[in-house]
Design a protein around this ligand. Sequence first.
Ligand code: OAD
Length: 241
Amino acid sequence: MSFNPDTIRNIVVLTGAGISAESGIGTFRDKGGLWEKHRIEDVATPEAFAKDPDLVFRFYDQRRANIQAAQPNPAHWALAALDAHWPGMLTIVTQNVDDLHERAGARRLIHMHGEHLSAWCRACDARTRWHDPLAHRPPCPSCGQSALRPDIVWFGEIPYRMDEIDLALVDADLFVSIGTSGAVYPAAGYVQTARHYGAWTLELNLEPSQGSILFHETRLGKATDLVPDFVRELLGEEVLD
Ligand code: OAD
């Protein structure tokens, strides 16, 4: 059993590292993933940054360079087409800090875990579009102080735009989770919120996620196959041609 596209108006899409895997950006928890090579507590917490900022800067400088060398894949393109053509409400919530959704053309997008291509000044609170390294402590373009940090939500920090996300989940008719392991809250709990308020909940992932049992429906496979098929189901066959 699946959802009936004719009854859907409001959609929330949640994406994770799996949607960018086929663009060559490694995931976190798969075999060989980022958290096998680096300990979260060494590079992805405020405490790590206080203890060894050089290490943390180098880690994110490398990631920032990697994502700029990657290209969006058919799953990103398909969601961008959904964004362009879906007449109802659509909120694409991504846990990813790459910019592949927006480079594919998605606009109705929330980066709940921050962005590699943004730098946040700890002195004046300004956020600046940023493509270059941060390890040499460049001055903040707004205030001139050398107080920039990666604009990434670290473990122990509060994700961005949670109020907006909660409102979208409450109104959703369809909640779709794509390429995420369901290991990190609050995103891992969105399926329960959406389902509680009446949404059909669908998972598109390579393997069942940790919260797979919470979904009405799970489709297993690669994002580059599953996501275009899903978008065709909503918009019609022709739209991705
Ligand atoms: P994970 O690495 O935890 O999970 C990636 C998921 O994608 C796994 O369930 C894989 O099975 C699936 N996957 C891999 N390749 C795929 C493909 N080609 N098509 C479809 N699915 C595929 O990544 P996230 O769930 O995004 O947070 O991780 C959540 C958060 O944990 C991240 O945002 C990051 C991390 O620590 C922060 O750094 C704040």
